[in-house]
Write a protein that binds this ligand. Structure first.
Ligand code: BGC
Length: 747
C-alpha cells in the first residue's frame, strides 16, 4: 500500500498516513474535503465504481443481496481497506420504513410531513428528525431518504402527505430542520425529489414546463433554503422531466443550479428506477440507486470503461467519488457506525405525539363546541376504523411499529403489502377518548351504514366522526372528495345531531360540502404512532390546538391552476408510472409559475375554503406589527399577546403584500410563540430577502421602490402593512450577504 500525504491545516502540520489508518485516528476534525480527496486518490480503478451504484436489497425485483445488506431501500458496498463504510439506506421522512415487515423490526411513525409542516415549529421538526436519525442507526442504517421538499402544486398529488407545504420558505426551513436533526445523529439525509416532482400520475413520464425565474422563486427556492439550513449529504433527483429533460440528467438542475450556483458539495443520487443512460453522469448525477430497477447498471462497468479511455470522464469519476466520500466524512458515517440496539419506542412515541398534537389544525369551532367537557355522558365515535388505529399514508415512506398495523387492507397485487395497501397505526382514537372520560359511555360504529350511525348520533350528546382519505405514493387521488360515501355520512349524522365534530385524517386538503352543518372540524392529517392520543388530548382541551395550514384548502377543483389533473385517464394509476412506449404527460407549471398555492388564489382573486396559514385555537391572540428594521437582512417586530384564558401558541406570519412590481402575497418570515394567558411578547422575525424580490437575469434582484410587509393570521387575513424601501446607491449598515439594502421607510 502506497503511503500518501495530505495537509490537515496549520494546527496539525504535515502528516504521513497510509489510507488504512486514516479513519482510525479520530479524524472527525479533519476537513472532509481533504479526507475525501486523499481517499479518492488512494482508490484503485476497480474501487472507483464501488460507491457510484447500489442495489435495492429487497426480494423484488430479485437481485443477489450481499450478507451485510439489510432489507431496505438501498445498499452500496463500502471499501473496507480505505475505511469507507457500506451505505445502508432506508426510507424516509416519517421514520424507518417497515418494508412490509420483512426485517422483523419496526420503528416510531412520525406524523406525515404535512402534519410536521402544520406545526410551523422548526425546533420540534429538528428534534423529530434527530429521533428518527437515532432509530435509523439503532436499526442498522446510515442513510435516510428523507427531506421531502417538493412544493404541493396540486393537492391531488398522492405524495402530498410526504411533503411539508406549498410554500418555499416554510418547506425550506422545516425541511432543512428535519435534515439537520437526522444528520445530528450521524445519519446522512437526502432532500428529494429534485425537482418539480409535483404529481404521481405518470410519474416517470411527466414533463413539466416552467420558466427559470418561476422555478427559482418557488420549488428551487425551497430546495435552496433546505440545503443551506440542513446541509444534506445527498440530493435525490426526481423521476419527472423538466422542460423536456429528465431531472436526473438535467445539466441545468444538477450542474448549474445545484452544483455551480449553490456550490453544493455533496452528491446527487438517483431516484429508484430513474436512470436511463450513462450520459446523466455528465449532467451531474453521482450515484445510481437501486440499479436493478434501471435498464442497466450504467454507473458500474460502463462508467469504468469510459473513464479508462477518456480523461474528462476519469476526472468526473474522481469528482463523483470525492462528493460521496465528502458527505460520508462530513456527517461522520465512518466514525459513527450503525449500532444495533433496542429502541425506546415509548420515549420516541412521545415526540411523535407532540408533533401530531402541534400539527393538528382546528378549522371550525362553532359556539366553542370544543374543547369537550369531561362531563359529556354519551359520546359517539363513528368511522375511520377509529376503534383500531389511525390511518397512515402508503408507499415507500410507510412506517409501522414492531407489532405491525392495527389493521391493513391489502388489495392483492404482487407488490402489495401493508406498505402499499391501506394500513392503520395501533393508536385507536376510541381507546384514547375512553381514557379521557372513563365514566362516559363511548360507543363506536364503523359508519358503513348511515342509518345505524344516525341512530347512534340521535342517542348521543356528542358525535365525533373520524373521516379518512388514503393517499399513497404512486397514485394521485382522482378528486378531493372523501371517498366511500363519507360526505353523505357526515351530512346525515350532522343533521341528526348538530354537536358533530369531524376529525379528518387525510393526506392533504379535501372538499367539505358539509362544512356549514357540523359544529367543529379538526385536520389531523396522518397523525402517526400516537395519533389517537394526540386527537383525544385536543378534543378534551388538555392542549390548545396550534397547528396552522401549510396548504390551501380549495373551495372546489375549478380553483386549481389545472382543474383537470394532467395524465388522469390516460395513464394507468400505478406505482410504476410509465404509460405507453413513447408517451409523455405534459404539465404546464407556467400557468401559476412561482405563484403556487395561496399565491395563486391571491393572484386570481379566489376565496378558498381555508387559506394557507389558517388555524383556530382555544384561546385568542392579538398581533400587531410594530416595526421593520432594514439592512441586508430585514427584520419585522411584532407584538403578540394571548388575550384569552388558556395557554396556547400563535404563529406569527409576515407577508410581503406589495413590492415595486405590484401587489404580492408571499410568506417572508414566521415564528411560533407559546404564550400563557395574558402574556405579551415582542417577537423579532427575520425576513428572507429572496421572498421580497425576484429572480432576474441569473440572480436575485430588488427593484428600487417600496416593499410593504404585514403581519397576518393567514395568507388571507393580514393587518396594516409597514414599508421598507430599496434605492440604488444607498449604503447598507450591517451584514451585506445579499445585493440589496433595505431601509425602513417613513410610515
Ligand atoms: C421514491 C423515493 C424513495 C425510493 C426508495 C422511490 O420510488 O420516489 O422517494 O426514496 O423509491 O424507496
Amino acid at each position: 500500500m502506497r503511503p500518501f500525504i495530505f495537509l490537515m491545516g496549520k494546527a496539525f502540520g504535515l502528516l504521513l498516513l497510509t489510507p488504512g489508518v486514516v479513519h482510525a485516528q479520530g479524524q472527525a476534525q479533519i476537513d472532509a474535503d481533504t479526507r475525501a480527496a486523499a481517499t479518492e486518490a488512494a482508490m484503485t480503478d476497480a474501487e472507483r465504481t464501488v460507491l457510484t451504484n447500489g442495489i435495492m436489497p429487497l426480494p423484488f425485483p430479485p437481485v443477489p443481496i450481499p450478507p451485510d445488506a439489510l432489507y431496505g431501500a438501498g445498499f452500496v458496498p463500502g471499501i473496507d481497506r480505505l475505511g469507507v463504510p457500506p451505505l445502508w439506506e432506508t426510507d424516509a421522512g416519517l421514520g424507518i420504513a417497515w418494508v412490509g415487515g420483512l426485517r422483523g423490526d419496526g420503528a416510531t411513525a412520525l406524523p406525515s410531513a404535512i402534519a410536521q409542516g402544520a406545526t410551523w415549529d422548526s425546533d420540534l421538526v429538528r428534534r423529530a428528525g434527530a429521533m428518527i436519525g437515532g432509530e435509523a442507526r439503532a436499526l442498522g442504517f446510515n442513510i435516510l431518504l428523507a427531506g421531502g421538499i417538493n412544493l404541493m402544486r396540486d393537492p391531488r398529488n398522492g405524495r402530498t402527505f410526504e411533503y411539508f407545504s406549498e410554500d418555499p420558505l416554510l418547506s425550506g426551513i422545516l425541511g432543512g430542520a428535519a435534515v439537520d436533526g437526522i444528520q445530528s445523529m450521524h445519519v446522512l439525509s437526502t432532500v428529494k425529489h429534485f425537482a418539480l416532482n409535483g404529481q404521481e400520475t405518470g410519474r416517470r413520464i411527466v414533463d413539466v414546463s416552467i420558466g427559470e425565474p418561476a422555478a427559482r422563486e418557488s420549488d428551487l427556492l425551497a430546495f435552496e433554503i433546505a440545503i443551506e439550513r440542513g446541509r444534506p449529504g445527498s440530493v435525490m433527483c426526481a423521476y419527472n422531466r423538466v422542460n423536456g429533460v429528465p431531472a436526473c440528467g438535467s445539466e441545468w438542475l444538477l450542474n448549474q443550479v445545484l452544483k455551480r450556483d449553490w456550490q453544493y458539495p455533496g452528491f446527487v443520487m438517483s431516484d429508484w428506477g430513474a436512470v436511463t443512460g450513462l450520459d446523466m453522469v455528465m449532467a451531474g448525477l453521482d450515484q445510481q440507486s437501486g440499479a436493478q430497477l434501471d435498464p442497466e447498471v450504467f454507473l458500474g462497468q460502463p462508467l469504468a470503461d469510459r473513464a479508462a479511455t477518456d480523461p474528462l470522464w476519469a476526472s468526473r469519476l474522481s469528482d463523483m467519488n470525492r462528493r460521496i466520500l465528502r458527505s460520508i466524512f462530513a456527517i461522520g458515517l465512518d466514525q459513527f457506525r450503525p449500532e444495533r440496539r433496542p429502541i425506546d419506542l415509548d420515549a420516541n412515541a412521545a415526540i411523535a405525539e407532540q408533533v401530531a398534537r402541534q400539527g393538528i389544525v382546528l378549522l371550525r369551532n362553532e359556539g366553542d363546541l370544543l374543547p369537550l367537557s369531561r362531563q359529556a355522558a354519551r359520546i359517539a365515535v363513528i368511522g375511520g376504523h377509529a376503534d383500531r388505529g389511525v390511518l397512515a399514508g402508503g408507499g415507500s415512506s410507510h412506517v409501522q411499529s414492531p407489532e405491525g398495523p392495527g389493521i391493513a387492507l391489502v388489495t392483492g397485487r404482487r407488490q402489495d403489502s401493508p406498505q402499499y395497501g391501506m394500513a392503520w397505526h395501533r393508536s385507536a382514537p376510541v381507546t384514547a377518548i375512553r381514557a379521557m372520560v372513563p365514566d362516559a359511555s363511548v360507543r363506536y360504529r364503523d359508519g358503513r351504514y348511515i342509518s345505524e350511525a344516525v341512530a347512534l348520533a340521535r342517542d348521543s350528546d356528542i358525535v365525533i366522526i373520524i373521516a379518512t382519505q388514503w393517499m399513497t405514493e404512486g397514485r394521485d387521488v382522482p378528486d378531493l372528495s372523501l371517498p366511500d360515501g363519507q360526505d353523505e355520512l357526515i351530512m346525515a349524522v350532522a343533521e341528526a345531531n348538530p354537536r358533530t365534530i369531524v376529525v379528518l385524517q387525510t393526506g392533504g386538503p379535501v372538499l367539505m360540502p358539509w362544512h356549514d352543518s357540523v359544529g367543529a372540524i379538526l385536520a389531523a392529517w396522518y397523525p402517526g404512532a400516537r395519533g389517537g392520543e394526540a386527537i383525544a388530548s385536543l378534543l378534551f382541551g388538555e392542549h390548545s390546538p396550534s397547528g396552522r395550514l401549510p396548504v390551501t384548502f380549495p373551495a372546489g377543483p375549478d380553483q386549481l391552476p389545472r382543474p383537470h389533473l394532467d395524465g388522469a385517464g390516460e395513464v394507468e394509476p400505478n406505482f410504476i408510472g410509465i404509460g405507453q412506449p413513447g408517451q409523455i404527460v405534459a404539465v404546464n407549471y407556467d400557468i401559476e409559475g412561482a405563484d403556487v398555492g395561496y399565491r395563486w388564489y391571491a393572484q386570481q382573486g379566489l376565496r378558498p375554503l381555508f387559506p394557507f396559514g389558517f388555524g383556530l385555537s382555544y384561546t385568542r391572540f392579538s398581533q400587531m406589527l410594530v416595526g421593520l428594521s432594514g439592512g441586508a437582512r430585514p427584520t419585522a417586530r411584532v407584538r403578540v399577546r394571548n388575550v384569552g384564558y388558556r395557554p396556547g401558541a400563535e404563529v406569527v406570519q409576515l407577508y410581503l403584500t406589495a413590492n415595486p412590481l405590484g401587489p404580492q402575497r408571499r410568506l417572508a418570515g414566521f415564528e411560533r410563540v407559546e404564550l400563557a394567558p395574558g402574556e405579551e411578547r415582542l417577537v423579532d422575525v427575520a425576513l428572507d430577502p429572496r421572498l421580497l424580490g425576484q429572480w432576474r437575469d441569473g440572480g436575485w434582484y430588488w427593484p428600487d421602490g417600496r416593499y410593504a410587509v404585514a403581519a397576518g393570521t393567514s395568507a388571507l387575513e393580514t393587518g396594516a402593512p409597514m414599508s421598507l424601501s430599496v434605492a440604488e446607491g444607498m449604503p447598507c449598515t450591517g451584514a451585506t450577504g445579499h445585493a440589496a439594502c433595505f431601509h425602513a421607510a417613513s410610515q
